[in-house]
Structures are given as C-alpha cells and as structure tokens.
Design a protein around this ligand. Structure first.
Ligand code: NAP
Length: 317
C-alpha cells in the first residue's frame, strides 16, 4: 500500500530484535504505518514461523554474507541492526558484521538506521578497563556508521534484567537463603533494561527522528543498586525474601566461579570488567536516563513487574 514504510529487523528471532518486531507488529498505530521484515539465517525455525504468522515478512540473510544483507535491506525505510558478540566471542567477527550491515544500509539509502551500540569502555575508562570487548566492538561499528554519514541513531541497551534471576540471584541450596552475588558494591548503579522493551525505544527513536538522528539513546527503565534489586525481590516474595541478601563477591571468587563454568580466561576478564564498569566509570558513563524517558511513551518493564514473571522465581511466596 502506498505510503507504508518497511522496518527491517536484524536479530528478529532473538531478544532485542524480537522486542522490536513484537512492538511493530502488535502496536495498532505502528501497524497502520509500518511493515516488518524479520531477518534470520533460518526461516524454518519456530521463532521465524511465529513472526510470519503474526504478519512479518521473513527473509533469510547472514551478517557474514554481504550480498544477503544487501538483498534484505533493499527498500527499507528503517533498519534495526544488532549483532550477537557471544556467538563467536570475537571482536573481529562482530566489527566485520556491523561494517557489512552499515555498508548495505548505506548502499540501500535507508533513511533511519538504528544501531544497537554500546560505549567504548577502553576510551571511557582511559585504558583502565581495556577488555570489555563486546562494548568496544559495537562502538567501533558506531564510529564506522558515523564515518559513512548514514542517518542513524545509536541505541544503547542497558543491563539485561533477564540475566539476573536464577544465575546471579538464586537460592544457596534447596532450602538455603536467596543471594544476589556480583563483584559490585551494594550501591553501584545498574541500568535495568528488559530486551522485550526494545521496540518501545525504537518507536520513540523513529517518531523523534528530528531530535535523535546522530545521537545516542539510552535503554533502561531505571538505575537500581544491587541493594535495591534485593529489597524489591524481598518485597515481592516476603516468605523467602526475609533471608535474601546481596553479597559482594571478591574478584578471586568471581574468577574461580566463571572458570568453574568452563569459560576461557579472556571472557572471565571481560565479564569481570563489564561488571566492574558499573562500580567505577558507569555503564553509560554516568549519563541520566531522563532524556530517554521524556521521549518513550510506552511503559517500560520494571524490575518489580519482571520478578513476578521470571521463570526462575516461579512458585516463590
Ligand atoms: N546481556 C546483556 O546485559 C546485554 C546488554 C547490552 C547488549 N547486549 C548485547 O546483545 C547482543 C545479543 O542480542 P540478543 O540478546 O538479542 O541476542 P539473542 O537473543 O541471543 O539473539 C541473537 C540474534 O542474532 C541473530 N544473529 C546472530 N548471528 C547472526 C548472523 N551471522 N546473521 C544474522 N543474524 C544473526 C540471531 O538470528 P538467527 O539465529 O535467527 O539467524 C538472533 O536473532 C550481544 O551482542 C550482547 O553484547 C547484551
């Protein structure tokens, strides 16, 4: 239909891109204006079929294959671009995938590219935290997008609240107390973000293009301290919450625990510095979330809401 716009979503079968596709397919206002093109390497998988059933056009492309990306973005008004560092845990791969996408976006004349970026922590920390590779690599792609002069906004996802239950916050043994354990001080600032909200941020970005082209846009519901994370958890589940606490893990304990899970040394160091960042230079360099909250109209998922739906907390009283 004339006048309709296409948003092509990379990572549509995953957490962030899935959030974008869900919002653009589910929000009646957006649906009257936008068509969703969902990108996956495997259109036969269930998550891709679900997207098709909900009305998305599913296309096959691989960020390692330039020609497939060029075809995927053709005719798009907007593109949401995300890469999954953790699949290969390689800076070279992530930067190359981001550059491939930027080149295709430039070639297709896309009017608004939303790149899922992060800050360059080596620069922010002046070399004190030089190993947060998955942040630095996304920032390198951001620089490349700027160099190419692509009309873009840089979305900066916060700390996934979905990563906390069952892993960082869990019971110590079958009837043991609940402990939130990280190598952080109790008053560090965690930018709490739910990836299913990604579409709400992207909606605000596209609807405020005049204000946000060329800018960064932070993604988080609120900053919370580890102490507050536990307090809210205890309030939601008073029976077991009475004994819940935050425990500041030492660097040695953290390293031993990660190595115990079979992680190679460079990833252990990367994760340690990633967490330490929130205690030192700040995940977002200390920036306020207010400019984001002024422009996002849809309600963002709070930790209080999420604890009630998290699988690892099911059945708690
Ligand atoms: N955890 C956190 O707190 C946090 C915070 C900020 C940022 N991040 C970043 O979030 C990123 C992961 O995003 P996510 O959580 O949405 O991931 P996810 O749920 O694991 O999904 C990964 C998505 O990437 C797609 N993908 C992977 N490799 C691809 C390729 N070569 N070509 C095309 N598509 C590809 C997958 O699509 P198919 O498999 O269908 O092809 C899938 O849709 C990571 O880079 C991480 O650094 C995480």
């Amino acid at each position: 239909m004339a006048g309709r716009k296409v948003i092509t979503v990379f990572g549509a079968t995953g957490a962030q891109g899935g959030g974008v596709a869900a919002t653009f397919l589910g929000d009646l206002g957006l649906r009257s204006e936008w068509d969703v093109r969902a990108v996956t390497r495997d259109p036969s998988q269930d998550s891709a079929k679900q997207l098709e059933m909900k009305g998305a056009e599913v296309v096959k492309a691989d960020l390692d294959d330039v020609e497939s990306i060029v075809n995927a973005v053709k005719g798009s008004y907007a593109v949401y671009g995300t890469t999954n560092y953790w699949e290969k845990a390689s800076v070279e791969v992530e930067v190359q995938q981001g550059r491939n996408l930027a080149d295709a976006v430039k070639q297709a004349g896309v009017q608004h590219f939303v790149w899922s970026s992060l800050l360059n922590i080596t620069e922010l920390s002046k070399g004190v935290l030089p190993n947060v590779y998955h942040f630095d690599s996304k920032a390198k792609v951001e620089s490349y997008v700027r160099e190419l002069g692509i009309p873009a906004t840089f979305f900066m996802p916060g700390f996934y609240m979905t990563g906390i239950p069952g892993d960082m916050l869990k019971a110590q043994g079958p009837d043991g107390p609940w402990v939130f354990a990280l190598p952080l001080s109790a008053d560090a600032q965690i930018p709490m973000y739910h990836p299913k909200d990604t579409g709400k941020y992207v909606k605000a970005i596209l609807q405020n293009a005049d204000k946000l082209l060329g800018k960064r846009f932070l993604g988080a519901t609120a900053y919370m301290t580890p102490k507050e994370v536990v307090e809210r958890f205890s309030k939601a589940f008073p029976a077991i919450g009475a004994n819940a606490s935050f425990f500041q893990v030492s660097e040695d304990m953290f390293r031993a625990a990660m190595k115990g899970k079979g992680m190679p040394d460079f990833i252990v160091t990367e994760l340690f510095e990633n967490v330490k960042l929130m205690d030192t230079f700040g995940y977002f360099g200390g920036e306020s979330l207010e400019p984001t909250h002024e422009l996002v109209n849809d309600s963002l998922t709070t930790w209080d809401e999420y604890v009630k739906e998290a699988e690892a907390f099911k059945g708690l009283l």
